[in-house]
Design a protein around this ligand. Structure first.
Ligand SMILES: Cc1ncc(COP(=O)(O)O)c(C=O)c1O
Length: 398
């Protein structure tokens, strides 16, 4: 008889052939967390260089105090959806803070960034509509498309000319929602957003930008790449997450569409999932206000990104993209990538090991993400470790 698990045969084989000797990159457990940049993993003090904690706010005392106060005052959770008993004053306050940050009319807060994409993309589109997504989109964007009854089309990654061509082929009368990310999380490459906006305007298509990884690092107040270009008002919907720069969990969407609020009653991911606990909402609001009013974290983040990117480039590594807070080292040979990852762990450095099929163009990656909280000495330590593992695994360098 067929087994429901038969479909995982390929995955099981891949998992078994990888057979990590000491640590499994997909089952990392942090026994203690000392700071945004250090934790105890497998009994060892480890430098964290792959946690997307871009602004290093997870231990900010203002965010922690806000969470503590909310926990004491409002309890551990809301036990309900936003449309029933799950909206507290603090949820509204967070939505106001996000709308204020972007200068938009509206903001909706979801329980994760994943749900924000599901709720927005599947909520906005129906069977007569078309969704056009970048081919390298995040799983939540693909899953949102699978949930929607719309016609789905992909365009070549970061190729505004291909988007323009495909939009031009659509016969009139159908609404088109184009979906792109601001900064792509695997290679750390930025969307050519001005050109994408131009293509959408030319063909009257709606545009949704997921700024999950660009929220924090980019924009005058960390709003993301649309804001960095001064083009927030040219984008119909901006989605983001609180699980990276904001240092907690949650998702949001901002828009100035006059009927945006109807999504509170039309977006199933918003309506049929419990709302964020008050402590999470309070720390997110505190972090958003810090982002809005302080430049020190963003400046430190970019100094660190430059130091690591320049250092690795000088050592001749093949890097996935220009400098960004996501710095991915491309390793041609999969076994060398796996061994290097294990050796980095042995040396007390945690980065992400990303392998096909989870990577664009099927590349093997040792992916680093930087934090404002890293010190220059920690970055030097990461650089030295990469140099050592490259030598011991004969990794090709330019
Ligand atoms: C582009 C993108 N969108 C959405 C998400 C989901 O965000 P969350 O972790 O808040 O569910 C992620 C998370 O990695 C992401 O990279």
């Amino acid at each position: 008889m067929a087994d429901l698990f038969d479909k995982f045969a390929g995955m099981i084989e891949l998992r078994d052939t990888l057979a990590f000797e000491k640590a499994n990159p997909y089952q990392i457990c942090m026994d203690e967390v000392y700071s945004p940049t250090e934790a105890k993993i497998n009994g060892k003090r480890t430098l964290l260089a792959g946690t997307n904690n871009y602004l290093g706010l997870t231990f900010d005392e203002r965010c922690i105090k806000a969470a503590h106060d909310a926990l004491d005052e409002f309890g551990t959770g809301t036990t309900g959806s936003r449309v029933l008993n799950g909206t507290y004053g603090a949820h509204r306050e967070l939505e106001d803070a996000i709308a204020d940050l972007y200068g938009t009319e509206h903001a909706m807060v979801f329980s994760t960034g994943f749900l924000a994409n599901l709720g927005m993309i599947a909520g906005l589109t129906g069977k007569d509509d078309i969704i056009m997504i970048d081919a390298d989109s995040h799983a939540s964007i693909y899953d949102a498309c699978a949930l929607s009854d719309a016609t789905i089309t992909r365009f070549r990654h970061n190729d505004a000319a291909d988007l323009d061509k495909r939009l031009g082929r659509i016969n009139g009368g159908r609404n088109v929602l184009v979906v792109v990310e601001g900064l792509y999380s695997m290679l750390g490459d930025k969307a050519p957003l001005a050109d994408i906006i131009a293509a959408c305007k030319k063909h009257d298509a709606y545009l949704l930008v997921d700024e999950a990884h660009s929220f924090g690092p980019y924009g005058p107040q960390g709003q993301g790449i649309a804001a960095e270009l001064g083009m927030v008002d040219q984008v119909d919907f901006i989605v983001g997450t609180f699980s990276k720069s904001v240092g907690t969990v949650g998702g949001y969407c901002v828009s100035s569409h006059p009927e945006f609020d109807i999504l509170r009653l039309a977006s199933r991911a918003f309506m049929f999932s419990a709302s964020l606990p008050p402590s999470v909402v309070a720390s997110a609001t505190a972090a958003v206000r810090i982002m809005q009013s302080e430049r020190t974290q963003q400046e430190a983040l970019w100094r660190n990104a430059q130091q690591l990117h320049c250092g690795l480039a000088e050592m001749g590594f093949n890097l996935g993209a220009d400098c960004s807070p996501v710095i991915a080292v491309v390793i041609e040979d999969r076994d060398a990538a796996v061994r290097s990852w294990e050796q980095l762990m042995d040396m007390g450095i945690y980065v992400n090991l990303a392998l096909p099929p989870a990577t664009p163009q099927n590349v093997n990656l040792l992916r680093c993400s930087l934090s404002a909280a890293h010190t220059p000495e920690q970055i030097d330590q990461i650089l030295e470790a990469f140099d050592t593992v490259a030598k011991s695994n004969s990794i090709h360098r330019n």
